[in-house]
Design a protein around this ligand. Structure first.
Ligand code: FAD
Length: 294
């Protein structure tokens, strides 16, 4: 099923994310985690794509497993920054062969210490979106950044660039993680003013371990609100308490989003089925479970 059609639903829905193993050795354990997440009947499961391109095969295979063996809609991520156009074309061919119709088209992070872009590379995600639109009947998602992308000096430029990307054929957007919902509401207001009218899924990351915090800030440049910092300071050294508090914090954000009229929230569940289960349990009377497709 195309995600743009799922997003027409007005009841609260949840989707989850998994990432493929770096090597074939970890494949089985990722599949086991994916199977448990699929059993929660989310509206879809997304599968990330390694920036180095090394896991492209696993991304396609896991997305195909979710769709064909587990009966859940899947979304395959695809980045273009570390690959040649030829390699990207090959992955698009694989996606078509496996009948994966939902793709999150991304640039990826620019590799350090290398010349970019080389003549046979894409420069921006918008170029990949355009290419995919020409190559097949894909439902195309893309990334957006409520706090601005770390590479962009001015937020205004980021939103202008987002408009260019969406106009190339994006069907829906998923946000970078954020820990303060007002940042998302302000962003939504600004992009709607700019004429970006596609559905936007807020991306929520349940932080269940203190060690995640520094990585998150470096990667996304997100501003941590004081009440989040207080949680980490109080519970960060007690793993069980931090896990419970992190799940509660994420649940609180999700309920606030639904209460404010958002119909679909994407959870960065990071191959942790126990975290996905705890969140679904907290939302058992709120979120609609999607029937498994036969
Ligand atoms: P773009 O949309 O190309 O934007 C990148 C930068 O270029 C921005 O600063 C933008 O303002 C600027 N820009 C864009 N177009 C123009 C233009 N026409 N002129 C001038 N400047 C322009 N990374 C992975 O490696 N694998 C994943 O699976 C993955 N999944 C992600 C999922 C989500 C929901 C999000 C939010 C991010 C994900 N990322 C992933 C990270 C992402 O690849 C990085 O944030 C990357 O640096 C930017 O990718 P993009 O597709 O947003 O790029």
């Amino acid at each position: 099923m195309k995600i743009k059609d799922i997003l027409k639903e007005t009841a609260p829905h949840i989707s989850f994310e998994v990432f493929p193993p770096k090597t074939d050795a970890g494949f089985e354990s990722v599949l086991a985690a994916t199977d448990r997440i699929a059993a929660l009947k989310p509206s879809y499961i997304s599968v990330t794509y390694g920036a180095g391109g090394g896991t492209s095969k696993n991304t396609v295979n896991i997305a195909s497993h979710i769709k064909d063996d587990l009966g859940v809609t899947s979304l395959a991520h695809l980045t273009c920054v570390s690959s040649t156009r030829e390699h990207v074309q090959e992955v698009i061919r694989q996606l078509k062969e496996k009948e994966i119709e939902n793709v999150l088209a991304l640039r990826g992070d620019i590799p350090k210490n290398s010349e970019f872009p080389l003549p046979d590379q894409y420069k921006y995600a918008s170029e990949l979106v355009k290419e995919m639109k020409e190559q097949g009947d894909f439902c195309i998602g893309a990334a957006c950044y409520p706090e601005g992308h770390v590479d962009t000096e001015f937020k205004r430029d980021d939103i202008n660039n987002l408009k260019i990307k969406v106009d190339c054929g994006v069907d829906f957007l998923t946000t970078q993680m954020f820990f303060e919902n007002s940042i998302f509401y302000n962003f939504l207001y600004k992009i709607r003013e700019k004429g970006i009218m596609v559905p936007v899924l807020p991306g929520i990351m349940p932080v269940t371990h203190k060690s995640q915090v520094e990585r998150i800030c470096n990667m996304s440049g997100t501003v941590l609100p004081q009440r989040f910092i207080d949680v980490v300071e109080r519970f960060g050294d007690n793993p069980k308490a931090m896990r419970q508090a992190g799940i509660a914090y994420a649940t609180d954000q999700i309920i606030d989003l639904f209460a404010n009229g958002i119909n679909h929230v994407h959870i960065y569940s990071m191959n942790k089925p126990e975290v996905a289960e705890a969140i679904m349990n907290n939302l058992s009377e709120i979120v609609v479970k999607t029937e498994i497709h036969s």
